[in-house]
Design a protein around this ligand. Structure first.
Ligand code: G3I
Length: 362
């Protein structure tokens, strides 16, 4: 009797060990970006609601463990009029994340673009006072960050306030009415709405030394005033020609020296040389350009993807997330104005490009 019981228990133990080993031993095909980087940082992607109701959703679930609404949580789309909120798209993205146990990065609570004009004007069409504007900003942030409290783990609270030219702070309706005070206030309101959310300042072209210095100056000042900013989002709208490894490493070490978390929040690598920046260069007329993904483009792009992920892994202790901006080459915000771009790791048929292997083989 005792022998049979012993054999039975031994068999049970063996089955349990084999089952556990099978679960842990994902074959290469089963693994997605999130699995390769599980010991490093979450791998995210910016999504549209339509991405979650289509074939893209399978790729998203396989490859990523974090999502960012590309537009749905921006002021214009979510709060088009003072007494009107459009929650549907943002809710659908957050619900998808909750159902599938994905992290959510909120984007963005305060920006100069995609901001509804009602925010800045009174019923007569004149600029409102600084007090009124700050009260409207507070109401917006308490409503939006409050609604997703506990579901959005990190917010891009303020987006792109550093000027590209010689100015320090970008001139906008925000600065026209409220000076620079709105920046700190936005972080304070976001912290009040969700004390557990990680609060980021987010910007582009952060590898350009002059802009990097200005962002550093802004963040150092906010930290010194005790403003609740815990991270910096380096958007990473890069190209086959930039940044260099040195520029990238300097950005990481510079911002890490402030004790800030670093996330690469909008990663794509344009196949056209140059610095794209955070906004498509408005109304830039281009000759109808070749819109083929050539082998030369592919080689340069995979070398850049290899380099940036080598650097990300090297500096993993400062990096708490890497998010791609859009899912595949089927659709990129970079498309348009006379040319197609191919900036991501998945082609127009949602298949892994050669650059994918450069990112996951280490
Ligand atoms: O939803 C409207 C639609 O109703 C209308 O018919 C259509 C045509 O006018 O416009 C649609 O809104 C567009 C929106 O994307 C949703 O597709 C806006 O015009 C268009 O300007 C907006 O572009 C977004 C852009 O931010 C706004 O500047 C891009 O999708 C989005 O990828 C891009 O993302 C930004 C980040 O938020 C911040 N960092 C830079 C990054 C790239 O610019």
């Amino acid at each position: 009797m005792r022998t049979r019981t012993l054999k039975f228990l031994t068999s049970l133990a063996l089955i349990s060990i084999l089952t556990s080993a099978a679960k842990n031993h994902q074959t290469k095909d089963d693994k997605g970006l999130k699995d390769y980087y599980r010991k490093y940082f979450p791998i995210g992607v910016a999504v549209r609601p339509s991405d979650l109701q289509s074939v893209e959703s399978q790729l998203i679930l396989k490859e990523f463990n974090s999502i960012t609404p590309e537009n749905a949580m921006k002021m214009g789309p979510i709060h088009p009029r003072e007494n009107r909120y459009n929650w549907r798209d943002a809710d659908s993205i957050v619900s998808f994340a909750v159902r599938n146990k994905l992290k959510v990065r909120g984007h963005t609570l305060c920006w100069h673009a995609q901001t509804p004009s009602w925010l800045f004007t009174d019923s007569a069409g004149n600029n409102v006072s600084k007090e009124v504007l700050l009260q409207r900003l507070k109401s917006h942030i308490l409503a939006v960050a409050g609604r997703y409290k506990g579901k959005v783990y990190a917010w891009d609270v303020v987006n792109e306030v550093i000027a590209d030219g010689n100015d320090f702070i970008r001139k906008s309706k925000w600065t026209e009415i409220a000076g620079e005070e709105f920046i700190a206030k936005a972080f304070e309101y976001a912290h009040e709405a969700d004390p557990n959310a990680v609060l980021f300042y987010n910007d582009y072209n952060t590898e350009i030394a002059s802009k990097r210095e200005k962002i550093y100056r802004l963040l150092k000042g906010l930290k010194e005033k005790g403003v609740p900013v815990q991270g910096v989002g380096l958007q990473a709208h890069w190209s086959v020609s930039s940044p260099s490894r040195e520029e990238l490493e300097e950005s990481i070490t510079k911002f890490a020296s402030l004790g800030l978390q670093i996330q690469f929040t909008e990663l794509d690598i344009s196949v056209y040389a140059g610095r794209q920046g955070g906004q498509l260069i408005q109304n830039q007329q281009r000759q109808q350009q070749e819109s083929q993904f050539t082998s030369e483009m592919e080689q340069k792009q995979l070398e850049k993807y290899k380099m940036v992920f080598d650097v990300f892994r090297k500096h993993r202790k400062h990096i708490t997330g890497v998010t791609f901006w859009n899912v595949s080459d089927k659709y990129s915000w970079l498309d348009g104005r006379g040319r197609k771009n191919f900036p991501l790791l998945f082609d127009q048929n949602l298949q892994r490009k050669k650059a994918y292997a450069e990112v996951v083989e280490f």
